[in-house]
Design a protein around this ligand. Structure first.
Ligand SMILES: *Cc1c(COP(=O)(O)O)cnc(C)c1O
Length: 392
């Protein structure tokens, strides 16, 4: 399938309408059921969803909450992390993990990521923990970037030496596995997001924390309702961080699509890898892992040229992420691992996420591929143009 580059088409990064069509009337019926019973806060669908999620993921407790960011904050609060504590976090990430750390009063320490997957680098973590002074090392938040689980075995090895809790930010990796284990059971505590564009998304904000610990689960349930215990006593300083019943009802319907959508994403990612592997660095999946493919993200030294060419043709792309977090004004003073984060710096200049969703048809995907190959054919001149732009 070949299309002339420059012809204006409209290819979105993610197509939520196609998924909506797949679900037919089920969403409307679910919403109407909630409107009829009227239990909008912690209604029966919330508990039902938590039961279904914990069974699916294979972990004892699933505690739903208001967003993926709330989930991170609740996880840190449930471990009593705050002033005087240090929590390690990848420098190349969505900002939610670091902002949750700062909001507890703890100090974030940025750690570099690995070359192969852009995931938290256990060696950089170890160096950062070793060089920490004046703060208690309490935890590490690893981020399953793009849907690929971090190396939790190696991270756990390092974390054990300092008795740190391992938190997995699985906002992008719901449905991924390592060996037989789902994300949700790979770390001490796992957080996820139900933001609409995530692998399991609702129609608003939502999140969840997974843990095998009864004590942590009890703390999370208290913290999400202002620190209030069943009898009404306030035993902790908490938040309002509940998942809406309406969103739980929507998620219950969408759960049916998790496996089939993940398989569709896997098929699309394999086609991209096949078609683009010779002209860009295509994403690799570790041998024992199943990728959730929240994003299909390639790397190229000519990222900017490809990005601009696709944009001119009406093909949506995104850069996750353009700036390492320690270079953002809000986190300028935060600690960084010894040696800095050179891999994070490089990736920020090279990554590009292409259209990826379970309903991306082959003709559209081929069109995206054709456009990228055309830009790659203009190698020399585009290289000069992007080098010049960097000088400005
Ligand atoms: C989306 C995302 C979050 C935050 O989720 P919200 O539900 O939007 O608060 C946290 N971490 C990562 C890695 C994310 O991609």
């Amino acid at each position: 399938m070949s299309h002339a580059p420059g012809v204006n088409i409209d290819v979105p990064l993610i197509d939520l309408a196609a998924q909506r069509a797949q679900l037919g009337d089920r969403i409307n019926t679910a919403i109407e059921r909630v409107l009829a019973h009227g239990q909008f806060i912690l209604g029966p669908e919330v508990g039902e969803l938590e039961t279904r999620l914990s069974a699916l993921v294979g972990v004892r407790h699933a505690v739903s909450c208001g967003s993926g960011t709330d989930a991170l904050l609740l996880a840190l609060m449930a471990h009593g992390i705050g002033q005087g504590d240090a929590v390690f976090v990848p420098d190349f990430s969505f900002p939610a993990p670091v902002e949750a750390i700062v909001l507890t009063g703890a100090a974030p320490v940025f750690v570099d990521v690995d070359e192969a997957h852009g995931l938290l680098d256990p060696a950089s973590l170890e160096a950062a923990a070793q060089h920490l002074s004046g703060l208690r090392p309490r935890g590490v938040i690893a981020v399953d970037l793009y849907g690929h689980p971090a190396d939790y075995d190696a991270i756990r090895c390092v974390a054990r030496k300092w008795d740190m809790v391992v938190i997995a930010d699985a906002a992008q990796s719901f449905g991924a596995t390592c060996g037989d284990a789902w994300t949700g059971s790979l770390a001490d505590v796992t957080t996820t997001s139900f933001y609409p564009s995530k692998p399991l998304g609702c129609y608003g904000d939502g999140g969840c924390v997974f843990t095998a610990s009864d004590a942590i689960a009890a703390a999370l349930r208290t913290l999400r309702v202002h620190g209030q215990e069943a009898g009404g006593r306030l035993t902790r300083v908490g938040l309002n961080a509940r998942l809406d019943t309406l969103q739980a009802a929507i998620l219950l319907e969408k759960l049916a699509l998790v496996e089939v959508e993940r398989a569709a994403r896997q098929r699309i990612a394999a086609r991209y890898n096949e078609a683009l592997g010779d002209i860009v660095d295509a994403p690799e999946t570790a041998a024992n892992c199943r990728h959730a493919w929240a994003c299909y993200t390639v790397r190229s030294s000519r990222r900017d040229a490809i990005e601009h060419a696709l944009r001119r043709s009406g093909i949506a792309t995104a850069v996750h992420y353009r700036t390492p977090l320690h270079r953002q004004p809000a986190y300028r003073d935060a600690l960084v691992a010894p040696g800095g984060a050179p891999v994070a710096e490089r990736l920020a200049g090279e990554v590009l996420s292409l259209p990826m969703h379970p309903y991306l048809d082959e003709a559209t995907q081929d069109m995206v591929v054709d456009h990228i190959r055309t830009v790659a054919g203009q190698r020399a001149s585009a290289c000069v143009a992007s080098a010049n732009r960097m000088e400005i």
